[in-house]
Write a protein that binds this ligand. Sequence first.
Ligand code: NAD
Length: 353
Amino acid sequence: MSRIFTYQGSAAHIVFGEGRSQTVDEWIEKLGCSRALVLSTSHQKADAEALAARLGPLAAGVFAGAVMHTPVDVTEAAVEALRDCGADCVVALGGGSTTGLGKAIAYRTDLAQIVIPTTYAGSEVTQILGQTEGGRKTTIKDAKILPEVVIYDAVLTTGLPVGLSVTSGLNAMAHALEALYAQDRNPISTLMAVEGLRAFRSALPALVAVPGDVAVRGDALYGAWLCGTVLGAVGMALHHKICHTLGGAFDTPHAETHAIMLPHAAAFNSVAVPGLLAPVAEMFGGSVGGGLWDFASSIGAPTALKDLGLTETDLDRASRIAVENPYWNPRPIDERSIRKLLQQAWEGNRPEQ
Ligand code: NAD
């Protein structure tokens, strides 16, 4: 078999292991910085304040206003807070929303970022920033956006509620699924995608059974790193396009939308690239979409778009938007086929393929 590919490794430092968030002070200094603004959502404010207290003089302050979809007005308030307290770097403690705020600040100021992820969304290892202004979500890709240091510490994820752990894990798995058939895939992205899926295949059911098991949480976080890395490395296709459409136009919750769509998008594309998705069929049993649906159902994931408040009329509009400026996809799409696919996901049916 002839091999043709292009590969570029990431510039980010990955620090992985239980308890390693204790080394954040060393990383601030290694980056040549001395005053970090600690970021979080309001929900994780106490954790951010505890981290800032531990950092002592290395912490310039806490900004606990991160919210989903990185609204520009929140970023502007954070940049102002950053200037007021004289911070020279940011430490983002939280999920994709907090990471998004750190990236938005770095994009505007070019300051260094350290991210301590507490969900499995994967944003911390991509140079992609999605932000919203006036109800519109736009995506920017820039080297300044990639965080310099990511510290994965499973101890900080034991409190992530089981429901969010499951949907966040499926969100990450969707990155790996689409990496397997990405046009610009390479041998490393494929190895990482398969290993990431395998990690979640074993970690998510174990985590549902014992949510506080730090070793299992570590396996899930390992999967998150792998799946996030391939999201940052290769192009995404139909699944991500549909999820962005639903999130952007109907404000559906991010991780749940990914969790519901994953088996359906996988089933749709498996017809075109059965060989590339064979590892998924093998791992989850039976067909690609059916196997993923059985897996998601067995760990209590949501399965129907109608449960997110979408109506059937919304599906007509969503299919129209999804075919406007489509991403590359291994199987050709048209409005009719997407409408049919969305109907299946809306009803929560088990895909056959
Ligand atoms: P999130 O960051 O919004 O977190 C959801 C909620 O869970 C928040 O209230 C948060 O404070 C809380 N939480 C997080 N970790 C916790 C923990 N360990 N214990 C208790 N509570 C915890 O959710 P998310 O799914 O991680 O991120 C979604 C956002 O990330 C979206 O805006 C999405 O667009 C973005 N995203 C971006 C990329 C990218 O590459 N640009 C990739 C994936 C996701």
